[in-house]
Design a binder for this molecule. Structure first.
Ligand code: RVP
Length: 501
């Protein structure tokens, strides 16, 4: 007879934290959000940790190189999506690893024979007012001039006016040569009262810009996550099919950590992939596996050598796996059980295998709940998809800005390997949807707010670190009636007054 669980499974919204004693030193400024990413032995330090417990999802609509750089600046890690060719994914890794903080590849470029109308279009599209004029209109062409908003007056000029008639030509531009340090570049900017300094290679090709505003923001990223060569840390998703080709290419490109991306991780395919990594690279290549939702799944992957184990089936905002296949488990219940299994494994073996709660984060406090329930970090898709830095289009719908967001199991992503258990490549049903999420602005602004809420909640629980939170947290299930009590109730919200007319 089938096994029946005695209790129903639960989601994050069914729990609350009950505050504990906070001493005077329990202030948000004193809270550390540092967390391990890879397995380590008792008494030793993990080889890779993060400064904030957040990673971005292995999804086309979430994690590309731009997102990876933005998140590493804040102290977290992006896992670049694997549903693309090996070459393209390795190039993305390469772009993150070769990115030099403060040196920005120009994203607004134009040719001399284009027009003022083209400049204005470009400005509208990128939101940037410094446009590089290169011989071929590419970011690395020969630099011939620069156009900023000080070079033209829309009211006095024809939109057909050619760029070369009003650009500031290269002879009048102050630039620096490749190899200059960020400090030197900023001194040039400062001494010459510039807003942007072009960096040229020895053939006078544009390599990058250094912007005055970026210098300030760079100084404002005390938690940025760097490797031993001061490059940003980046992750990459892999699958259980082409791993023998993909993994070497990603490792070669410099990926710091890999993650097997699958909706169902308790499989022989994952063990084979982990075996391959250990046989080929020993412990030098770090790789997480998943997803699982129970003790058995965790133990299987921990014993197979996973560096971290990812939890969650069917809880993602764009995920319809539960509807399509009838598999899954409430995310809170899954995290609680796997966290117990992780602790039990640690007791038995002296090896700590970090766990990641993947999907289903709706409110900022859900992250703190997941951490209190025992996970070491959370993976989020919808959350990051809303920001400027996500790879998708920003579109206006009914007067509101939205960003596109689609699941890896949707027809749009066509990432069938993830759902295909080794059989027919062309599965005929979808496990994800194509959707919009409300546009929310920059990653930095939103994340700062989320993190400050988390630190504040931790203080309410008397915890200054994540291990302390996990020890001290007291969680309670809430009844459906008390959920109503938790929102604004029995008042008429001013925004809803029109409903009373
Ligand atoms: P969310 O943060 O709730 O948007 O969930 C993101 C997670 O959803 C991903 O990390 C992944 O585990 C899962 N996902 C991605 N695509 C799909 C799908 O198409 N079903 N699910």
């Amino acid at each position: 007879m089938a096994y029946f669980y005695e209790e129903p499974c639960h989601t994050f919204s069914e729990y609350l934290l009950v505050p504990g004693y906070s001493s005077a030193e329990c202030m948000p400024a004193n809270v550390s959000l540092q967390t391990p990413v890879v397995r380590f032995k008792k008494g030793e330090q993990p080889e890779l940790s993060m400064n904030i417990p957040l990673v971005s999802a292995v999804m086309q609509s979430v994690s590309d190189d731009r997102m990876a750089i933005a998140l590493a600046k804040e102290g977290g890690i992006s896992f670049l999506y694997g549903s693309q060719s090996i070459e393209k994914q390795a190039e993305m890794v390469g772009r993150v690893k070769s990115y030099k903080a403060g040196f920005v590849i120009s994203d607004s470029n134009i040719r001399m024979d284009q027009t003022l109308a083209d400049v204005l279009d470009l400005k509208e599209k990128t939101g940037h007012s410094t446009v590089a004029v290169t011989d071929d209109g590419t970011p690395n062409g020969h630099l011939l001039g620069i156009v900023t908003s000080r070079d033209y007056r829309v009211s006095r000029m024809s939109p057909e006016e050619k760029v070369f008639t009003f650009m500031t030509p290269i002879e009048k531009i102050i630039y620096a040569e490749e190899g200059v340090s960020l400090k030197e570049a900023n001194n040039i900017i400062w001494d010459n009262k510039l807003n942007a300094l072009p960096i040229l290679d020895k053939d006078q090709r544009l390599a990058a810009f250094v912007f005055r505003k970026d210098y300030d923001s760079h100084k404002g990223n005390p938690l940025e996550l760097l490797d031993s060569h001061k490059r940003y840390v980046v992750g990459a998703g892999v699958n259980t099919r082409d791993y023998k080709e993909r993994i070497p290419a990603l490792v070669e490109a410099g990926a710091d950590i890999l993650c097997i991306d699958s909706s169902e991780g308790y499989t022989e395919w994952q063990k084979r992939t982990l075996d391959y990594v250990r046989k080929t690279y020993g412990n030098s290549v770090k790789i997480g596996a998943g997803n699982v939702v129970d003790r058995d799944g965790f133990r299987f992957l921990a014993e197979a050598g996973a560096d971290f184990v990812k939890i969650g089936i069917g809880g993602g905002s764009i995920c319809i796996t539960r509807e399509a296949k009838g598999i899954g488990r409430g995310q809170a219940t899954a995290v609680i059980e796997v966290a117990k299994a992780r602790d039990e494994y640690f007791e038995e073996t002296g090896v700590y295998v970090p766990i990641c709660s993947d999907g289903g984060i709706v409110y900022d406090y859900h992250v703190t709940l997941a951490l209190a329930m025992g996970c070491d970090f959370c993976m989020l898709g919808r959350y990051f998809a809303r920001f400027d830095e996500s790879p998708t289009n920003k579109v206006m719908i009914n007067g509101n800005y939205m960003k596109e967001y689609w699941g890896e199991g949707s027809a749009r992503a066509r990432n069938w390997q993830r759902y295909d258990m080794g059989g027919d490549k062309k599965l005929s049903f979808e496990e994800g949807v194509d959707s919009y999420v409300p546009y929310a602005g920059s990653l930095h602004d939103n994340l700062s707010l989320t993190l400050s809420k988390m630190r504040s909640t931790m203080c309410n629980c008397g915890a200054l670190s994540l291990p302390e939170l996990q020890k001290k947290a007291r969680l309670t299930l809430v009844s459906s009636v008390s959920i109503v009590e938790g929102g604004a109730h029995d008042v008429v919200l001013k925004d809803d007054m029109h409903l009373m007319k």
